[in-house]
Design a protein around this ligand. Structure first.
Ligand code: NAD
Length: 416
């Protein structure tokens, strides 16, 4: 992979800029540039047709100075050790920026889940857990869902873990179904948290909260952004959405509920009636008040950043913007709410789930949403204040807040 687009190299470049500004000494800098531990292993899987396929799997425990590692599991054909490392680094900064007592981790399996049957997925999930179980636990490392992994996959993994350790352990994994100790409010938490930060940004920047918005990527994060943006902001017109099938645009508005229903029924947004087909690249360049990148990495680069016309870019996806693009967007006055702040709602409610699981108790949906709002609002303002104080863009400000917190924990432990 081109180094410029390698997510882990990007994560290191972003970290280096913050480390430089914070004046971290060289040992601390080197320590925080790399994961503390990483596991790379293979899972031989008996397929339904009797053959065996071998899958490559990962878990990276980036840093646990502030608490147990926490982070999702991605099942994707393009998964590599470097994508997992980058995502684990961002988890570390994410937990720190919203100030929850957790470190950062991430895992994955290189596979195409669309080609696996339900029984093959179950055996793959259990196979991953059999290798990793001894390195996990609510006081060590707690996985969760990410791209193409689901509450059902978390349920199989929890069951395998409990079988191995021989006792109940609901807090070993989050994003579980409600009936198995999942938290109220986890399903829409990532998008909800992001929309809370957009609400705060609109107030500070004098952006029309009831203006237009577009959503790139239409999975868990994207669909809930479409539904929740008008609810939380008290208005707003969804004008475009995209997924791997293509993008659609209607300046008069696309009904969020109707497009979500269409996507769930047909599996694609491109065939939605009453909207014009545009390219995925054109969607990113529409003149909207808010753009939600909600798919994968590296979609806003130095090539297209100059043409982004959104006032606010709320990065629900991890790593959608390259460092060169960040500088261009900042120069053009585009307000980027960086990924590890914008999408921290997911891990925040995962943390609430871990807490509820540990003391075997349930919070109401209202309680979860109230606490999520308070944490996201504070985190947004912490970062915005830092950006103003240091006169830097929001991503660097978020790094300054987060790296400072992790560095302090590392120093207090006497590690470096
Ligand atoms: P998902 O698998 O539910 O959805 C991904 C969507 O992106 C799909 O609709 C897919 O069709 C679309 N997509 C893929 N490539 C695309 C492209 N080139 N153009 C347009 N659309 C494209 O995944 P998700 O859980 O919604 O996660 C999306 C992003 O949000 C990821 O970067 C993930 O790491 C991040 N994220 C998710 C959560 C969460 O709780 N779900 C939490 C934090 C971060």
């Amino acid at each position: 992979m081109d180094d410029k687009l390698n997510p882990f190299k990007i994560a290191q470049v972003q970290f280096d800029a913050a480390a430089e500004m914070l004046g971290l000494d060289s040992a601390l800098r080197e320590f925080l540039r790399w994961p503390m531990r990483e596991y790379k292993f293979t899972i031989p899987l008996k397929m339904d047709d009797g053959s065996t396929e071998v899958f490559h799997a990962y878990r990276v425990q980036y840093n646990d100075a502030r608490g147990p590692n926490k982070g999702g599991l991605r099942w994707h054909p393009d998964e590599t050790l470097d994508t997992v490392r980058a995502l684990a680094a961002w988890m570390t900064w994410k937990c720190a920026v919203v100030d929850i007592p957790l470190g950062g981790g991430k895992g994955g399996i290189t596979c195409d889940p669309k080609k696996l049957s339900e029984t093959e997925k179950e055996r793959l999930a259990r196979g991953w857990m059999r290798v990793m179980a001894r390195q996990l636990g609510e006081h060590r490392d707690v996985p969760a869902p990410d791209v193409y992994t689901t509450p059902q996959i978390m349920a199989w993994m929890m069951d395998e873990y409990e079988t191995i350790v021989g006792r109940s352990h609901p807090a070993v994994i989050t994003g579980k179904p409600l009936a198995l100790g999942g938290s109220q409010g986890r399903g829409d938490a990532t998008a909800r948290g992001g929309v809370y930060t957009v609400r705060e940004a609109c107030k500070l920047l004098d952006v029309n909260a009831k203006g237009t918005f577009a959503v790139q990527g239409f999975g868990n994060a994207g669909q809930f952004a479409a539904l929740l943006h008008p609810e939380i902001l008290g208005g707003g017109t969804l004008v475009a959405v995209s997924d791997t099938s293509g993008a659609i645009h209607n300046p008069n508005g696309i009904d969020p509920k109707a497009i979500v229903e269409h996507k769930l029924k047909k599996g694609a947004v491109a065939s939605f009636p009453g909207a014009k087909k545009i390219s995925n690249a054109e969607l990113l360049e529409l003149e909207v008040d808010v753009l939600y990148p909600s798919a994968l990495e590296n979609v806003i680069t130095d090539e297209n950043a100059g043409r982004i016309k959104a006032r606010i870019v709320c990065e629900l996806a991890n790593g959608p913007t390259t460092p060169e693009a960040d500088t261009l967007l900042h120069g053009n006055g585009v307000h980027v709410i960086p990924d590890f702040l914008a999408n921290a709602g997911g891990v925040t409610v995962s943390y609430f789930e871990q807490v509820q699981g540990t003391y075997n108790y349930y919070w109401s949906l209202e309680e979860v949403q109230r606490q999520l709002d308070a944490r996201m609002t504070k985190a947004y303002h912490d970062v915005h204040t830092m950006a103003k104080e240091k006169d830097v863009h929001m991503r660097l400000a978020a790094y300054l807040v987060a790296v400072n917190r992790v560095a302090e924990a590392v120093r207090l432990r006497g590690w470096v």
